[in-house]
Design a protein around this ligand. Structure first.
Ligand SMILES: *[C@@H]1O[C@H](CO)[C@@H](O)[C@H](O)[C@H]1NC(C)=O
Ligand SMILES: *[C@@H]1O[C@H](CO)[C@@H](O)[C@H](O)[C@H]1NC(C)=O
Ligand SMILES: *[C@@H]1O[C@H](CO)[C@@H](O)[C@H](O)[C@H]1NC(C)=O
Ligand SMILES: *[C@@H]1O[C@H](CO)[C@@H](O)[C@H](O)[C@H]1NC(C)=O
Ligand SMILES: *[C@@H]1O[C@H](CO)[C@@H](O)[C@H](O)[C@H]1NC(C)=O
Ligand SMILES: *[C@@H]1O[C@H](CO)[C@@H](O)[C@H](O)[C@H]1NC(C)=O
Length: 433
């Protein structure tokens, strides 16, 4: 009879599952682990060895879980469980049975994410669930919840990780979305359908079915916001931008092509928080320098197909730090991104979200840091208040404080005399390359 081997004694039960592991390790060791798996690019043509199960799990840099599984995989949606059926030779009497709780979302701290269980079971188990649908193609199971409601995070937490995780499957992959929301799937359908030719499955709502696979991924690859690790994934952020261009049939690959003389500047206009109060003045100054100005209102982005075309027609995008700047993904190469960083020593946030990723994107990046005088905080607080005089002391109080003081309750009136330099720089970058 099978003897149970605990997770910590796994080396003893290791003999006939030569490749069965569950490792919770930092992402940096991925290259050495990867050698244990067939190269992802050739997975499609790889004949599956039924004697072998693979179960590799890692915590990625955002503290989300990521697992690669091969073998006899059976999914039970109503209990959010992925069963991996272990086979073994007759003369082997040890078997590694275990279960792991995983969060298939790139950020461990995200809420609205259902936990899944990965459970190994013996093929002799009487309770083994039977398949109702057998799939020959692989599957990617992920939570489409978390920060799905935020435009930036739709790209950083879901779409670019999906691209990194699934691109090598060449569209022949099932997306099993847990925490499924119709509107999100619909909003990004053009992109999702470039990654998978099969409809996205609302896996939590498949109670009647037991979907079975030979190969699947639970969770999504992630390194840092909008950063693609080219060595580990063999895809690039340029590939992701190309995918987005293909998804929306965007024509312009390079800015300032075909002898354009008046570059187009898009101002991402925010209406509720971090509002640029003197947009009119900026428009006037920008026109004076020679830009054609496009004011982009948040609500226009609702029609992705139309809006992405407008963004792609521009050569510069500028805006106060916020989700709308994620539209820079649709800019042609060599375009310029101007991020206005609100007052409050927020440069590390500005860097993580935009400047670091943009620096890898064949785009040019300029930053404008808002001074005390330009911030509405200078009217809200007395001049000697720590909010104005000592931002680090506010930072010490934690993220909620930073968010509420500097991000949710600050508007900006840019000193156009000072800001003009940044616009001139952008113009020079475009005109002189
Ligand atoms: C889940 O569905 C299976 C049928 O596929 C059923 O036998 C089982 O009782 C259900 N479990 C729960 C917890 O609902
Ligand atoms: C999900 O799993 C984590 C870690 O195992 C646990 O702390 C958390 O409470 C679980 N969440 C839910 C909703 O069960
Ligand atoms: C699965 O199918 C086998 C063979 O058809 C049957 O004997 C077994 O009872 C089924 N298991 C369940 C849990 O329904
Ligand atoms: C589950 O799917 C059915 C149709 O397949 C649909 O009518 C129903 O609204 C879905 N339920 C949920 C909770 O999404
Ligand atoms: C979005 O814009 C396109 C092109 O302008 C238009 O054809 C389409 O009907 C719009 N879609 C919606 C849902 O309004
Ligand atoms: C910022 O401007 C918006 C729009 O004018 C306004 O609704 C909001 O109350 C302002 N916030 C602050 C902190 O001044």
């Amino acid at each position: 009879m099978a003897k149970l081997v605990s997770h910590f004694e796994r080396t003893t039960g290791f003999r006939f599952y030569a490749l069965l592991f569950c490792l919770v390790l930092s992402f940096s060791i991925w290259p050495s682990l990867k050698t244990l798996l067939p190269p992802t690019s050739s997975v499609k043509s790889q004949a599956f060895d039924t004697k072998r199960e693979v179960l590799l799990c890692q915590k990625l840099s955002g503290e989300g879980d990521y697992c690669e599984i091969e073998g006899d995989i059976r999914i039970q949606p109503n209990t959010s469980t992925v069963f991996v059926v272990l086979t073994h030779k007759d003369d082997d009497d040890e078997i590694m049975l275990n279960s792991w709780t995983v969060k298939p979302y790139v950020r461990g701290i995200a809420t609205n994410v259902k936990n899944w269980t990965i459970k190994t079971v013996s093929h002799t188990d009487n309770m083994l669930i039977n398949c109702t649908v057998n799939h020959n193609n692989p599957a990617v199971l992920f939570s489409a919840g978390g920060n799905y409601g935020n435009y930036y995070h739709s790209f950083s937490d879901l779409l670019s990780p999906l691209y990194m995780t699934s691109y090598s499957f060449q569209q022949d992959v099932d997306f099993l979305a847990s925490d499924y929301h119709d509107w999100w799937i619909n909003k990004f359908r053009s992109v999702l359908s470039k990654l998978s030719r099969h409809p996205v499955v609302d896996i939590d709502n498949e109670s009647g079915q037991v979907h079975c696979y030979r190969k699947m991924v639970v969770g999504l690859k992630f390194y840092s916001d909008l950063i693609v690790d080219e060595d580990a994934t063999r895809v690039s952020i340029h590939g992701f931008r190309q995918l987005l261009r293909d998804s929306y049939s965007l024509k312009r690959k390079r800015s300032m092509e075909s002898g354009r003389t008046s570059p187009r500047l898009m101002i991402v206009s925010r209406k509720r928080t971090r509002v640029l109060l003197n947009e009119d003045e900026i428009v006037r100054v920008a026109k004076g320098i020679g830009f054609k100005v496009i004011l982009a209102k948040e609500e226009e982005a609702a029609n992705m197909s139309r809006f992405t075309h407008i963004v792609n027609s521009c050569d510069v995008i500028m805006g106060i730090h916020g989700a709308g700047l994620a539209n820079l993904l649709f800019l042609p190469d060599k375009a310029v991104v101007i991020q206005l960083v609100p007052f409050g020593q927020l440069s590390y946030i500005a860097r993580n979200y935009f400047s670091a990723p943009v620096s890898k994107m064949k785009l040019r990046y300029l930053e404008y840091e808002v001074s005390t005088e330009e911030s509405s905080l200078s009217k809200t607080y007395p001049a000697d208040d720590p909010v104005l005089k000592d931002p680090p002391s506010i930072h010490m109080k934690g993220w909620e404080m930073i968010d509420s003081v500097y991000l949710q309750n600050q508007n900006i009136t840019v000193d156009v005399g000072r800001f003009k330099d940044t616009l001139v720089k952008a113009m020079n970058l475009l005109v002189h390359h």
